[in-house]
Design a protein around this ligand. Sequence first.
Ligand code: AMP
Ligand code: GLY
Length: 426
Amino acid sequence: MKVLVVGGGGREHALAWRCAASPRVGEVLVAPGNAGTATEPKMRNIPIPAEDTRALVRVARAERVELTIIGPEGPLVDGVVDAFTAAGLACFGPNRAAARLEGSKAHMKEFLRRHGIPTARSATFTSANFDPDWVRAQRTPLVVKASGLAAGKGVVIAESIAEALASARAMFAGQFAQAGNEVVIEEFLPGEEASFIVMADGEHILPLASSQDHKRRDEGDRGPNTGGMGAYSPAPVVTRAMHARIMREVIEPTVRGLAAEGTPFTGFLYAGIMVAADGTPNVLEFNCRLGDPETQPILTRLTSDLTVLCEAALAGRLDQVSAQWDPRAALGVIMAAAGYPASVRTGDAIEGLEAAARLPGKIFHGGTRLEDGKVLTSGGRVLCAVGLGGTVALAQRQAYALTDAVSWPGAQYRRDIGYRAMARES
Ligand code: AMP
Ligand code: GLY
């Protein structure tokens, strides 16, 4: 069969790589893909942007694609699955109505409240009804969030009331365009974060392996927020008991609630969880897609056929399949371009990829492109080096052997990915 993966980051490289590993799959098309997907066996890049729904439907028809998997949230929130479904094409992901869970944090917070799912106390404002006195009455730190999609950058942890007020006003004034028309302000929750990602078919749930990412740019989890500087799976904070609790208190009521409200969710559902000191799994966010970079270590551990799982979900049969996992830990380190997460320098030639390919582990490409046979940087998060090992520490060692083999001018990465998990191990 032919599979189409939509997107061009590290998550999509990993999705395409997992699909290509299936003996059922003859070819994986990736739109638009990157230098990694351009050079893998059984893969072919299609130069169509992930946002061009019409062109994607056209190519899926013309190429007789039997399964499409959408990577990024933008096309999902815009209704790409609705367009594929209307054309009679199998496409794994939530439709537009279900994807609103990620597309509007204001909507998400109301949904959580309606269903009694644990989350930070919050209020939602527009510039018309903004109430600075409400803000002044809160304790700091306060978390200020643009309600719409802001590429992971629309969250400010404000240490003072003045900073919270200024952040909200900047969002109303257009810092994140339309995404800041509504602003959610919520209490700061201390604790340890985990990413809990499941597949859902509208009714049934298949949990994926747990994972945890490092969102801050600098070592020790300091510095500006990013899309993620590294991730590992499993996440030791998600013990067996915590897994059961997250399923019972968060995932099951969410999937049930969405179905009951007439917006059943099919696709990857990602809950960003802050585990409180008393063990309460508070929802920080929902994403209607896989995480990047969580996907790279998660799929490195998946030994089941991903295309079989997606097809079972599309048929409403997720209760009849199971996912098998490599028992080892996987850990991915993001190598980012100079300047990330602000404006980045691109166009640098990446050296050492061939030597790295002979080492154990796997490098997934994100912001790369192929030009005259050379791999050049073309985005902020350039590569994700994934190692496997019997412990997180061993997986980390393998991942850093890969990053050490690769270089370009201005490359930056954290040296401490996985340190919390390693502290729990020892
Ligand atoms: P979000 O996009 O809503 O997940 O926020 C991005 C990041 O900001 C999260 O991964 C957390 O690290 C942090 N964050 C968001 N909301 C809160 C909160 N209420 N308390 C503490 N940290 C938060
Ligand atoms: N790594 C966080 C995300 O994909 O949203």
